[in-house]
Design a protein around this ligand. Sequence first.
Ligand code: URA
Length: 241
Amino acid sequence: MQTPVSLFASTHAADQPVAALAQPPAAVVEDAPAVSVSDADQASVITSEVSVALADISGGLAELAIKASTCRLCGLSDTRTQVVFGVGNPNADLVFIGEAPGREEDARGEPFVGPAGQLLDRMLAAIGMDRNQVYIMNTIKCRPPNNRDPKADEVQACNLWFEQQLDLLQPKMICLLGRVAAQTVLGTDAPLGSLRERWHDYHGIPVWVTYHPAYLLRSPSQKQKSWQDLQAVVAGFQKLN
Ligand code: URA
């Protein structure tokens, strides 16, 4: 099976602006039906439908993001620039979870916006998706100094936000990116190779494990296996829907 060219492309379209979590996706606002003020009944029905939709999309997660933004539960709060909560579609069925913010994520406040994030965008494009159709987050929300692995106490502290975030998202499927995310979320110290190519469970949600895009940048020969993983995600996803 061939890997799509887009997964290997060295050039990459400029990052699309990604809807910040605290804001509803622009499309929801733009698609809001025009309200005729001359028809009071219809206007009130539409208004309440729109506000229910907005509350649904931005309510709980946005509030959680605001609470998390001032978190001081672990020492990473001393060195971070900002909390990197998550990004994408709050109603997404598919959630990608990475390890921790890196330098660029810490500076911009969004997960996966550096070189690994650009590869993740190309991986999503290869399966016909983009950032606005999925949700992207990390196991911990603050950058560990020098990009070291998160420590157990940091993961434990951040679990407060992590579990509530997934409770609110209620995805149908999770894809874990790399060893640290896989071991953290699945509560195992098994090597990544032994966790790939089979389904796992996180609180009733099917979970697939694949390589971290940063690893693929260092080891491009693994992209073929990564493509197989992505196809398994798509196949599993199609079965669910
Ligand atoms: N690597 C990760 O695991 N997460 C990010 O957000 C960026 C790089």
